[in-house]
Design a binder for this molecule. Structure first.
Ligand code: NAG
Ligand code: NAG
Ligand code: NAG
Ligand code: NAG
Ligand code: NAG
Length: 233
């Protein structure tokens, strides 16, 4: 299938760079990133207070609904997270989100985030960390909160390997206004991480206006997601 072929190309970007694919240890990324530097280049995001534990390449969509005043408002996201820990420090690491964004935007419409996720599940790909999606805020019971869920992949069988984040800081992308904001979040619930960074984003911004009553839209984006601390580091 065309969309599966596109997925394979997308995934191979991440995969074929593992010279000797590492076997994942229990509760660990493919490669140790504990001494990595999270480059929040040029932004005012706070420095991490904990040691980096995971770095994921997010490939997915941001969801928007058209509000009554004719502007789009974010209503969640869905993304697959690939383990790029072994690429840290390699040439090209800083270009991963832009290169992947070119491939993702060139992929046929039939290739949705849900299809990428189901492909990852079907073939149990070792370089999939998990998924990013939104859930009802588990503390207040209203509104949506972002969740990163590694329970089906990197930590299969461990129900605690997730984190629901609470946004602390939100700054415009250093790379330009067509890229969604860079974020710093801390753990609201879950013990996968203490801090989450969304940086080096590409794409994901909605059109500047819309017709009230029009359909919800999804906009493709890629991002680095860094995780620090957590019970598994
Ligand atoms: C449009 O509506 C949204 C949601 O109701 C609100 O967040 C936003 O501030 C409004 N924008 C303007 C320009 O009024
Ligand atoms: C976001 O859009 C995706 C389709 O790409 C959908 O599967 C998902 O449920 C949506 N999430 C929310 C919170 O609307
Ligand atoms: C951050 O800035 C340094 C120094 O300018 C540069 O070498 C590096 O590639 C940048 N990192 C990212 C992720 O853009
Ligand atoms: C955040 O994660 C850490 C590490 O697992 C844990 O000790 C802490 O209790 C968590 N905080 C919340 C609010 O769940
Ligand atoms: C758009 O998404 C919002 C939030 O998920 C939902 O409440 C609404 O019903 C959706 N609207 C349409 C037209 O699908």
């Amino acid at each position: 299938m065309i969309s599966n072929a596109a997925f394979v190309i997308l995934a191979s970007l991440v995969h074929n760079t593992f010279a000797s694919p590492a076997a994942r240890g229990a509760n660990a990324p493919l490669c140790d990133v504990s001494s990595a530097v999270i480059e929040t280049n040029g932004s005012t995001l706070p420095a991490p207070k904990f040691t980096p534990s995971f770095v994921g390449l997010g490939v997915g969509t941001q969801n928007y609904t058209c509000t009554s005043n004719g502007t789009y408002s974010n209503v969640g996201a869905l993304a697959e997270l690939f383990d790029i820990s072994c690429l840290y420090g390699e040439p090209g690491f800083d270009e991963l989100t832009s290169v992947t964004s070119l491939l993702w935007n060139a992929a046929p419409p039939a290739l949705t985030p849900a299809e990428i996720i189901s492909f990852g599940e079907k073939y149990d790909l070792s370089f999939v960390l998990g998924e990013h999606y939104f859930v009802v805020n588990p503390v207040t019971g209203s509104g949506l909160s972002p969740k990163w869920d590694f329970t089906s992949h990197a930590f299969a069988g461990n129900p605690n390997a997730y984190v629901v984040g609470s946004k602390v800081d939100d700054v415009p992308a250093v790379t330009g206004s067509s890229d969604i904001d860079w974020l710093y979040l801390t753990n609201l619930t879950g013990s996968l991480a203490n801090e989450i960074y969304r940086i080096e984003t590409r794409g994901g911004q909605p059109p500047s206006s819309c017709t009230p009553g029009s359909n919800n839209i999804t906009v493709k984006y890629t991002s680095l997601y860094w995780f620090t601390g957590g019970e598994f580091s």
